[in-house]
Design a protein around this ligand. Structure first.
Ligand code: ADP
Length: 551
């Protein structure tokens, strides 16, 4: 702005100087011309006096630099001091001659074909009607003016110097108050009244910008709070693959650290899969891949961020799908196990039935075979019952109202059902302590029945099965301990899986479906609790159930 003001002031000064010098020169030229004309006029008077006294021969003896021409009243040139008069054309048409013939004297300024220069003419009529004309070319005036050019040059130099000085000072003085204005303020006071509309507009815009910045900060804060609390990782990148924002989960799931906004997104993961997926998203295509790290499985979804058709960047979403994958695996295993477990008793039943149908059974064996069919059918019924219970627990479809349950009483009932099985192995059933929880009676009954049943099944002959109930502030803890075969450490983490049995070869003899502990686990979880196991092979096992009272 300073440079522009400076330039404009300088141009104005120089233009003014040029106009002033132009006017000055033209006035000077006209003054010189008037002087020359006055001289021509006085010279003409002298010439007329001379001609009147001595005739035309007077002119021959003259030695003057001006051109003198004598023209008869009919325009014929009778004498010319610079040219051969006989060769000259008729002059009656010349402006100054015409004027002189009419008014007694005439002047003109025009180009002379005879001299080849612009000339000033003065013509005066004599008493006899002839005209004496005296002329001089304007080069003398031009020479005079040219003589002044060095002064003019110095005047221009001085004016230029002063103009630069003034323009510089003025520009700085005009701009200074504008530069001192705090443009970020909401209340700018204009230093010049001409700028009031501009500064009011800036004030308005500053208000709007401040409001929008506050809103933007709020939105950013909200976004950060939301994304930081997300289990899924989020990364937003621009077209150049620079990180624009990310949440804590993204760092955790990619096992990355020390990443700043602006860093290349490949700092999170330099695997070929990731790079290819990012490239595809930047190219405008949605991409997805599965990422495995340690015991975890992630799904990485990369989508382009488009404005119209133009891809501006990409968003990356990382989801932990370990649990989902595990569930899917368990579901597949469950289906395979169910089919297998159902098929085994059915094959036996159909085998026995076939033998009987073919009539190749000894009548004495019919009862045994019928018993076998009955046992296998019972096994099937138990299995199907367990499957139904488990699936109803898993689907949370239980609508039974919760009630206060006296656990000592419930364990007593379970002992009654299992008394016979315990007596078979001479196992004593003991219950100590007491406690009450709010729960669904039949589910807790199944939980306790499975635990005590297992303790008897896998307990030692002549041993003990001991249930201890302890009532705490916020939970009731039930411990079921036996002194039986125990479980190897590797198996303790798996026994709650559906159909998992430690010793498959003896499972048929012992009985059971392999679903008992799954029912325990889900039944306890349904009540908001959890189950633990501690066991030592050959020593015994303790299952501990934690049941919260608030559930
Ligand atoms: P099952 O119907 O075979 O008993 P469960 O799900 O109840 O199935 O138990 C899974 C496996 O855990 C059993 O096959 C057994 O090997 C082991 N197990 C359960 N309870 C005990 C226990 N009290 N002592 C030793 N092993 C046990």
């Amino acid at each position: 702005m300073t440079a522009k003001i400076f330039k404009n002031i300088l141009i104005t000064c120089l233009a003014t100087t040029a106009v002033v010098i132009g006017l000055f020169l033209s006035i000077l030229y006209n003054n010189f011309k008037d002087d020359v004309m006055a001289r021509l006029k006085s010279d003409a008077s002298y010439l007329i006096t001379g001609i009147n006294n001595e005739g035309l021969s007077y002119l021959d003896d003259l030695n003057v630099s001006d051109r003198i021409t004598y023209i008869s009243a009919d325009g014929q040139v009778l004498y010319d001091s610079k040219s051969d008069e006989s060769a000259m054309d008729n002059h009656s048409g010349r402006d100054e001659i015409k004027e002189a013939l009419v008014n007694g004297e005439g002047v003109s300024e025009r180009y002379s074909a005879t001299l080849g220069k612009v000339s000033l003419y003065y013509a005066k009529a004599l008493a006899n009607g002839d005209v004496i004309r005296i002329s001089t070319d304007t080069s003398t005036i031009a020479a005079l003016l040219l003589g002044m050019s060095s002064y003019i040059f110095w005047i221009v130099v001085i004016v230029l110097f002063i103009a630069v000085l003034i323009a510089n000072r003025l520009a700085a003085k005009i701009v200074k108050p504008i530069n001192e204005v705090d443009l970020s303020s909401h209340n700018i006071i204009s230093p010049y009244k001409e700028l009031v509309p501009l500064f009011s507009k800036i004030n308005e815009q500053n208000y709007t910008i401040t409001r929008q910045l506050i809103k933007l900060d709020q939105l950013k804060e909200e976004f950060k709070t939301v994304t930081d609390n997300m289990a899924e990782g989020i990364i937003v990148i621009n077209r150049d693959k620079q990180v624009l924002s990310y949440n804590g989960a993204a760092l955790r799931l990619f096992n990355a650290s020390d990443i700043k906004n602006g860093d290349n997104v490949y700092c999170f993961d330099h695997s070929l899969k990731f790079m290819t997926a990012v490239e595809e998203a930047i190219g405008g295509k949605n991409s997805e891949y599965r990422r495995q790290s340690e015991n975890k499985v992630y799904s990485v979804l990369i989508n382009p961020v488009k404005i119209g058709e133009h891809v501006n960047g990409a968003s990356i979403l990382i989801i932990d799908i370990t649990a989902k994958e595990m569930q899917e695996k368990l579901r597949r295993e469950f289906s395979a196990n169910v089919s297998h477990e159902l098929k085994t008793p059915l094959t036996s039943i159909s085998g026995f039935a076939e033998i009987m149908k073919n009539g190749i059974v000894d009548p004495d064996d019919v009862a045994d075979i019928a018993q076998n069919i009955y046992d296998e059918a019972k096994r099937l019924i138990v299995l199907i019952d367990d499957i139904i219970r488990l699936s109803s627990l898993e689907s949370s479809e239980i609508e039974t109202q919760k009630e206060n349950i006296d656990l000592k009483e419930l364990v007593g009932e379970v002992f009654t059902y299992l008394k016979a099985a315990a007596a078979k192995k001479k196992i004593s059933l003991i219950c100590n302590g007491e406690g009450t929880v709010k729960g669904v009676r039949y589910i807790l009954e199944e939980v306790m029945q499975n635990l005590v049943d297992n303790a008897i099944k896998y307990g030692s002959e002549n041993g003990h099965v001991c249930v201890v109930i302890s009532d705490h502030d916020d939970q009731v803890i039930i411990k079921v301990t036996d002194d039986g075969i125990g479980i190897a450490e590797d198996d303790t983490s798996r026994i709650f899986e559906r159909f998992y049995r430690v010793d498959k070869s003896h499972s048929k003899a012992i009985g059971g479906t392999g679903l008992g502990l799954s029912i325990v686990k889900h039944g306890v979880e349904y009540h908001g609790g959890h189950t633990e196991v501690i066991s030592k092979p050959g020593v015994g096992t303790t299952f501990t159930v934690y049941l919260p009272k608030r559930a």
